[in-house]
Design a protein around this ligand. Structure first.
Ligand SMILES: NC(=O)C1=CN([C@@H]2O[C@H](COP(=O)(O)OP(=O)(O)OC[C@H]3O[C@@H](n4cnc5c(N)ncnc54)[C@H](O)[C@@H]3O)[C@@H](O)[C@H]2O)C=CC1
Ligand SMILES: CC/C=C\C[C@H](O)C(=O)/C=C/C=C/C=C\C=C\[C@@H](O)C/C=C\CCC(=O)O
Length: 258
């Protein structure tokens, strides 16, 4: 999929991985709706990106993925502004084992909620043009990350939802590809604040640090490059792309049909 003239929605776009995803999509010619709860960061990012890429290239919309109403309004405004939605990056997420219900609400329910709203515009069966939906999951979605069981559960759910939607879309003819990005540790505020957010597993903070030391930390740009592969390679559907310090590789899942 060439990106020139395409329009993308990125949730959690104001900082970290979402900001890098948005920047790379714009650099490749897409228009981007930046959805985030952080009003000040979102507004300043929009102004900066529009200075770099031309007025009207980026649109910040304050939006909490926990809110059906705010998501519906943001998607509607995106379609009114850019003419449609070709790409959705379900990126917004937190890691907080102390407020685990909120972690589930944002990381898993928010992904499902945004996906279903996007389908109203993207699904060819609804008159849409099709496109691609990429979830920012995690390596913790592919194997248990013992210091944050609820975060692991949300990311495992995101991977499962992505793969099931990929199959449903292919069989139904939605014209939409679904893929998951599964980074290990990435240098953002999320991991900078992680040890304070382990809740009942705070005693395992040292263990988390040891895993991080062992696996290393990657840059947000490396994650954004992975996104571009999943967005532009139209053969990719139902994939989980692992992004590690040693490079990118696709998860090989056991086949249930054999
Ligand atoms: N940093 C890491 O090591 C890794 C992060 N991830 C995932 O990447 C995604 C992005 O995380 P980071 O960039 O690291 O975090 P971050 O904390 O740097 O950025 C997250 C962004 O999402 C926004 N956000 C939070 N709750 C929101 C909500 N309810 N609605 C809308 N926006 C909201 C924040 O305001 C912030 O701008 C998350 O889903 C995270 O689980 C996955 C693997 C590794
Ligand atoms: C304490 C910091 C918490 C979260 C930070 C960040 O958001 C994140 O998601 C980091 C995840 C890092 C996971 C690191 C290792 C996970 C290892 C195993 O659980 C999965 C390993 C292998 C499965 C895939 C495979 O190679 O077969």
């Amino acid at each position: 999929m060439a990106l020139t003239g395409k329009s993308a929605v990125v949730t959690g776009a104001a900082m970290g991985i979402g900001k890098a995803l948005s920047e790379l999509l714009l650099e490749n010619g897409a228009k981007v709706a930046l959805l985030d709860v952080n009003d000040s960061a979102g507004q300043s990012l929009m102004e900066s990106l529009n200075q770099q890429h031309g007025a009207g290239s980026a649109l910040f919309l304050k939006c909490d993925v926990e809110s059906e109403e705010q998501l519906k309004a943001a998607f509607q405004k995106t379609v009114e502004t850019f003419g449609g939605i070709d790409i959705l990056c379900n990126n917004a997420g937190i890691m907080n084992e102390g407020t685990w219900e909120k972690t589930v609400s944002i990381n898993l329910m928010g992904v499902i909620r945004a996906t279903y709203i996007a389908l109203e515009y993207m699904n060819k069966l609804n008159g849409g043009k099709g496109g691609v939906i990429v979830m920012t999951a995690s390596m913790a979605g592919l194997g248990p990350f013992i210091t944050c069981p609820v975060y692991t559960a949300t990311k495992s759910g995101v991977v499962g939802f992505t793969r099931a939607m990929a199959g449903a879309s292919e069989v139904s003819g939605y014209g939409i590809r679904f893929n998951a990005l599964c980074p290990a540790f990435v240098q953002t505020d999320l991991i900078a604040n992680a040890s304070a957010n382990l809740g009942p597993f705070s005693h395992l903070a040292e263990v988390a640090g040891q895993i991080k030391e062992k696996l290393g930390v990657i840059s947000v740009s490396e994650v954004a490059e992975g996104l571009m592969e999943l967005v532009t390679d139209e053969t990719k559907n139902g994939e989980a792309l692992m992004i590690l310090t040693k490079g990118k590789t696709y998860m090989q899942f056991p086949s249930l049909s054999k």
